[in-house]
Design a protein around this ligand. Structure first.
Ligand SMILES: [Zn+2]
Length: 366
């Protein structure tokens, strides 16, 4: 047993060091009284907490894209609090850092993914729902195998988990940009939802009851599609309530990105407090289709066909052409908007998602 040195380095740094054959951590701890729990590191950056509880187990992931700091900092902080005894633990939890190699790049500033030349699966969040990679061609495929094994074992032992996979986006608008007239300058943070059995009411109700303090919108995925994201894989494989949380602009972790607020929320979840005291309304959006990058000449264009910057998430766009990819043009219909617009993704990956407002009485309007 190696004793955890919580003050020496964050959990993410220790996990990366373990990759290089440096510090190998295997922390076994027992907390007395009031339930007690056991925490162990089952692989690099994969921490399992076992706790007797009637609550559903929880899977929390961060750093699946290595430059999205919100999830990395939240997991570091939660793990530090758990290890140092400052966090009440009332349910079993699996905390996993995603793309350790991408997190390590650029002096730990991180990058989205490494080994872009491999194409779509260099992006760890496109590696799931394809089965195990028998001969992984890149770290993304290798890491997906490790994560899939970990969640299968976790679900076998503790039952079907709820899943929050924490990300950040490229071009997040402010609340005011999207809603107009709102005096709040904070980022428009949102959840990408995967309704289990297509039960939209249950999926939206889950977010409303438990997370509406930190999301301004929820984007409902089309479950007819095959999903290669971690949250999509968890929903379709285990029937998990699963969401990808997008916490403001990449790299920022301040209050305007709702990162500290999400950490507080997750800390309460681990402590066994599930429902919010005060629920909020939020916008609901529907995922319609993706725009896939097929050539290296992919670019977003304005209505005159001139090359232009990628549009911000959620903001209104005119109907008509929006992107050119070699000889092909992509168009938007009236009311459609873009998410994750990015012309620099690897060929074969999604260059943008197309969404529209979903009008529903299932949750209150903001
Ligand atoms: Zn991401």
């Amino acid at each position: 047993m190696k004793v955890w040195n919580a003050t020496e380095k964050s959990a993410s740094r220790q996990a990366i060091a373990a990759l290089e054959g440096g510090i190998g951590i295997s922390t076994v701890m027992q907390v007395d009284g009031d339930g007690g729990f056991r925490m162990s590191q089952n692989g690099p950056g994969i921490f399992e907490i076992t706790c007797e509880s009637t609550l559903p187990p929880l899977v929390l992931t961060g750093g699946i894209h290595g430059d999205e700091k919100a999830g990395i900092s939240i997991l570091d902080s939660l793990i530090d609090d758990i290890v140092s005894g400052n966090q009440r633990v009332k349910r079993s939890v699996l905390l996993m850092f995603g793309n350790l190699r991408a997190m390590q790049t650029n002096g730990f500033k991180g990058c989205r993914c490494i080994e872009d030349e491999v194409g779509e699966t260099s992006n760890l969040n496109r590696c799931f729902g394809r089965g195990y990679f028998e001969t992984p061609r890149c770290y993304g495929e290798h890491r997906a195998n490790e994560m899939m094994r970990a969640v299968e074992d976790f679900a076998d032992t503790h039952g079907c988990p709820e899943v929050i996979d924490i990300h950040q986006s490229f071009a997040v608008p402010t609340l005011r940009d999207v809603r107009g007239g709102v005096a709040d300058r904070s980022d428009y943070t949102y959840a990408m939802l995967y309704p289990v059995e297509d039960d939209l009411a249950s999926a939206l109700g889950w977010i409303h009851e438990q997370y509406s303090d930190i999301v301004a919108g929820a984007v409902v995925n089309d479950m007819q599609l095959r999903h290669h994201t971690f949250a999509g894989y968890m929903a379709s494989t285990f029937g998990s309530r699963a969401a990808t949380f997008e916490q403001g602009n990449i790299g920022y972790v301040d209050h305007s990105t709702f990162t500290p607020q999400l950490e507080d929320n997750l800390s309460r979840k681990i402590a066994g407090e599930t429902k919010l005291d005060k629920m909020e309304g939020f916008d609901v959006w529907r995922y319609l289709r993706q725009i896939r990058k097929e050539t290296k000449d992919f670019t977003f264009i304005d209505d005159e066909g001139n090359r232009t910057n990628a549009p911000l998430d959620f903001l209104p766009l005119p109907a008509g052409r929006i992107a050119r990819d070699g000889h092909r043009e992509h168009e938007l219909r009236m009311g459609e908007r873009l998410l994750f617009a990015n012309s620099t993704v690897p060929i074969g990956d999604r260059a943008a998602a197309v969404i529209e407002r979903l009008h529903t009485d299932l949750v209150p309007a903001p």
